[in-house]
Design a protein around this ligand. Sequence first.
Ligand code: UTP
Length: 302
Amino acid sequence: MSQTREVSCPVRTVIVPAAGLGTRFLPATKSVPKELLPVVDTPGIELIAEEASALGASRLAIVTAARKAGVLGYFHTDEQLEHALENKGDSATLARVRRAASLVEPVAIMQDEPLGLGHAVGLAEAVLDDDEDVVAVMLPDDLVLPMGVMETMAQVRREYGGSVLCAFDVPRDEVSNYGVFEIAETDTGSVKRVLGMVEKPVVEDAPSTFVAAGRYLLDRQIFTALKEITPGKGGELQLTDAIELLIEQGHPVHIVVHDGSRHDLGNPGGFIRACVDFGLQHPDYQLGLRRYLRQRLAEEND
Ligand code: UTP
């Protein structure tokens, strides 16, 4: 069931690639998919559902694997649980439990083998309607804050056509951790035309300090490009290789440089920071957490 919302944005489907092995978060991810790890009390997959719904999308195409069935399960109704909460008169918790499924309609797409992000995105073409000419891709382990960058990206697509990606401007000594864009300026400072991409370059070879984040607004032509590419880095089908191909073929690709922050929920260090960030904004926990952190850091400095 989806919420109807008047948004002047054509995105109906958000693809959520969630079939990866999560090796950076082992051993926890041996049995708990990283998409279900709670940022304070809300799993990453619900934060993505919230972002997709705010964009006006109605369908969450979750690419998942047999060993990660819990990700889809999170959207299922648990009648016994809901009944127990109803009997207790706990309507607030009941609403929280029902929230994810009320935001978007989840659709499962199985990826039998983790053959790469490009492969995962390619599988989602099967669930699109014939008239969908654009899709969003949101990586669930990349928390991009404040939410809303995809709405700006949709505006940029309306102006320039083609595909639009989200980028961050990072200090030059950090570029080697990311995919880095080679860009040309446009009339709008925060929007750049993409000429190419370099995956994790050494600092001297980086064409800019603008790096990719896990938000993509992709023209449907991406699926043709995904069928044309061959395995790249790590022997996997890479989404960035398909985007490169679109650029080579003359399709417009732009970035929106996001003025905000991001958390990598795919590794413990990033996850802890996200929990602190969200905890400091949570009405129930912020006071206690702030007091605890001050006290704890003061002890650390003694
Ligand atoms: P990552 O490389 O960040 O995720 O892929 P991972 O493979 O789960 O993590 P590590 O490196 O082993 O710790 C980016 C996104 O693409 C998805 C992942 O689930 C993640 O959301 N992905 C990646 C797939 O869905 N299928 C794949 O074959 C590869």
